[in-house]
Design a protein around this ligand. Sequence first.
Ligand code: RP5
Length: 164
Amino acid sequence: MPPVQVGVVMGSSSDWDTLQHAVQILQEFGIAHEAKVVSAHRMPDDMFAYAQQAAGRGLRAIIAGAGGAAHLPGMLASKTTVPVLGVPVPSRHLQGVDSLHSIVQMPKGIPVATFAIGSAGAANAALFAVAMLAASDERLRTQLETFRTRQTEAARAMALPPAA
Ligand code: RP5
């Protein structure tokens, strides 16, 4: 098994519906990854250990998703210099606006790259990780360009139904 390059972590198994969209992209690009629950509030010691071991394990990026009082991305970022990409998970009562604010409002000095609420944010976080890795990987850069070209072609081919 190749060494894991991107870690995908989330606060609860209930976040998987959202974070699986990041994993799908990583799978599509053939990037060695792992996905696991690492809750900031329910297992804080595990969270700190994950962050502290990330660089030594060779992780190049951590995609961290959480909902509500979404402290996971920021707390991971406080304990590692590995880039943390934060994904706000839609929450039951506030539709993820709480998650977004919790993740995006980091104090100066500890950045978390914050993406859109929900599945688009999760997919884009993974695409961003791909772009980071592609900076030093020609094969991956070509793959990313092909992905973009296919997307452009699909958009150009979009047909609209007749007006009602
Ligand atoms: C957060 O609390 C998790 O990231 C999740 O989005 C939210 C609710 O968790 P569960 O009660 O569904 O386990 O820590």
